[in-house]
Design a protein around this ligand. Structure first.
Ligand SMILES: C[S@@+](CC[C@H](N)C(=O)[O-])C[C@H]1O[C@@H](n2cnc3c(N)ncnc32)[C@H](O)[C@@H]1O
Length: 200
């Protein structure tokens, strides 16, 4: 029998270590630097879930930790992740399969190909930072460049600026360059690493 059938879903959400058991070792090794810690994901999910069937997008969703944490609250929110690395999307979908939530969707591709207007609120864990020279990389499967960093930051800045008033974004370890002046900082936690913004 598959061991995972004996483990209740709630066990995986009890600690970062337990959560990492959803993934093979080579994906786990990125966890401390590149995947959101569970307690951060919980704070951010609570802020972004404004009730009803609101649609929340994780821009650069990795192995899906933020969306899966949000879905564990069993609210009516719909959690989406877009991720450019196909193998990470595959692992996120496998984890979703184990946890069995029906309000999570993992999309494969570059966030610039997605119409962000389909979503109400956003989570952003400094996804473009890998493009900066000298930073830790998840792997060597993609090209990095500072020009790409600038392009993504400016693209996101522009789109966020066109979102309706009340749009929320939670940023983790962000340099804030993607946040337009039309967003008000409403809370800063974890020594300023986690910030909550609402469009005026
Ligand atoms: C720091 S990790 C965060 C993962 C996840 N949001 C979390 O908090 O656990 C950033 C992720 O963004 C992805 N990413 C970076 N640029 C992207 C882009 N232009 N489109 C889609 N995904 C992107 C990377 O592949 C990486 O998996």
């Amino acid at each position: 029998m598959n061991d995972r059938l004996l483990i209740p879903n709630s066990w995986y959400l009890q600690s970062d270590l337990n959560f990492s058991e959803l993934f093979p070792y080579y994906v786990r090794s990125s966890s401390t630097l590149h995947w959101t810690p569970l307690h951060i994901a919980r704070y951010a999910a609570e802020f972004l879930d404004t009730g009803g069937n609101c649609r929340i997008l994780d821009i650069g969703s990795g192995v899906g930790k933020f969306c899966l944490t949000g879905a564990s609250y069993q609210s009516d929110a719909e959690w989406y992740g877009i991720e450019q690395r196909p193998y990470l999307v595959k692992h996120a979908r496998n984890a979703l399969n184990v946890l069995g939530y029906d309000n999570v969707t993992f999309l494969e591709g570059n966030f610039t190909t997605l119409n962000l207007k389909q979503f109400d609120h956003f989570y952003f864990f400094n996804s473009f930072f890998e493009n900066i020279e000298g930073t830790d990389k998840i792997d060597n499967t993609i090209e990095y460049s500072e020009a790409l960093y600038e392009y993504y930051v400016q693209y996101l800045h522009k789109v966020l600026g066109t979102m309706p008033g009340g749009t929320r974004i939670a940023t983790f370890h962000s340099l804030q360059e993607e946040i337009p002046g039309s967003y008000k900082l409403v809370e800063s936690l974890e020594g300023g690493d986690l910030k909550f913004w609402i469009k005026k």
